[in-house]
Design a protein around this ligand. Structure first.
Ligand code: ATP
Length: 367
């Protein structure tokens, strides 16, 4: 696990605002990043995850030094970098577009920064060879980036960013230009490289699966703010807000009203048990993941929720089957079943079934 000592990168109350687009009133100032505080520990694989426009790229660019915050402090290894220009910060960035020099070969692309620093030729040769072996591109020294696949170009960009061993590597949607299969492969490669060299990676992505696969820690962003920070498991199992529950993984939401300690009356009239308490009368949503629900022909005993209804739709997906299930009263939920054994209930649309879940498997959010 990453060491949580002095953070490699720390943001304290960082904000970045932009003037409103032409034609809009001054009150419509864009809060691209709004009072964000984060700590990224040494050797951590940290992801900024969120939908388009939530402020992740702006956050990354402020760490890199390309964008200046309006408020707040950014510290890299404990040093306030307010007056440190991008090229003197102990970070490097890889961009979505790779930004390789097309007229230089692979060796020269990687050596570029080292030459500008005036490093000796022999040392440059050693470092480039090391970086190429790290990204498994030995033998590509004299190739032009123009004659390389997207995945190979991505590796060259990584080698160039890592050849100097920065304290932190910033990655802005580095895999988004790759096709699905290559992207999955490169995800494993990113993780391997990060483990092998043991430096901190901060990744910007809108792809929740990518963030879950790669990260030690994820910060979920929404409208310029951080909604929750935590390891993938915590975000999936205990989403702090409705936004996080919806953004990470599939989720069922059932509208209702808190009626008394630990009970919610659903809009369809049924009462269910929930783990948390909201003041009676509050409008709430009960959130349950599809894989935490199961179907059965009869009500099972124990402290479970069991609501009657019928299957509307069955989708067989190999490892799992997904059911759309209509509750009495009109609401529908998705239920996922592992195909480890045949279903113990009729999948027929006419069959009367019960959907079950444990109260502890649900969470409640105020509407
Ligand atoms: P994406 O995934 O689409 O790149 P993002 O989460 O990285 O999105 P940002 O690029 O950080 O989002 O943008 C956050 C908000 O700030 C957006 O509403 C964007 O339009 C606005 N914004 C970003 N840069 C500028 C700028 N230079 N001038 C004006 N508004 C900007």
């Amino acid at each position: 696990m990453p060491d949580k000592g002095v953070p490699d990168v720390e943001l304290r109350g960082v904000s970045r605002r932009y003037a409103p687009p032409p034609g809009e009133s001054a009150t419509d100032e864009v809060r691209a990043v709004d009072n964000v505080s984060l700590r990224v520990g040494p050797r951590e694989f940290f992801s900024l995850l969120g939908p388009s426009g939530c402020g992740k790229t702006t956050t990354l660019r402020m760490i890199a030094g390309f964008v200046v915050p309006n408020d707040g402090e950014i510290l890299i290894r404990g040093e306030d970098v307010r007056n440190v220009p991008p090229y003197r910060r102990n970070v490097n960035t890889t961009f979505q577009s790779y930004a390789l020099f097309p007229h230089l070969d692979v060796f020269e692309n990687i050596a570029f920064g080292l030459r500008r620093k005036g490093m000796r030729k022999a040392e440059i040769g050693e470092k480039v060879a090391w970086a190429l072996s790290l990204v498994r591109l030995e033998g590509f020294e004299r190739r032009s980036p123009r004659d390389m696949s997207g995945g190979e170009q991505q590796r060259v960009a990584m080698a160039r960013a890592l050849v100097n061993m920065p304290a932190v590597l910033l990655l802005d949607e580095p895999l988004s230009a790759l096709d699905e299969k290559l992207r999955r492969h490169m995800q494993l490669e990113l993780k391997r490289i990060q483990r092998e060299i043991g430096i901190t990676f901060i990744l910007v992505t809108h792809d929740q699966e990518e963030a879950l696969t790669l990260s030690d820690t994820i910060a979920v962003m929404n409208r310029g703010r951080v909604e929750q920070v935590g390891p993938p498991r915590a975000l999936y199992e205990s989403p702090a807000t409705r936004f996080v529950a919806e953004f990470i993984g599939a989720t069922n939401f059932l509208d209702g009203t808190a009626v008394e300690r630990g009970f919610v009356r659903l809009a369809g009239g049924q009462t269910v048990r929930v783990p948390e308490n909201d003041p009676a009368g509050a409008a709430v949503q009960v959130c349950v993941r599809p894989e935490k629900m199961w179907l059965a022909a009869r009500v099972e005993t124990g402290s479970l929720n069991a609501l009657p209804g019928k299957i509307v739709d069955v989708v067989y997906q190999g490892a799992v089957t997904r059911y759309r299930f209509a509750l009495e009263g009109g609401a529908q939920v998705f239920v996922t079943r592992q195909n480890t054994e045949p279903a113990a209930f009729s999948e027929d649309a006419a069959a009367e079934l019960f959907v079950h879940w444990a109260p502890d498997a649900s969470r409640v959010y105020q509407s």
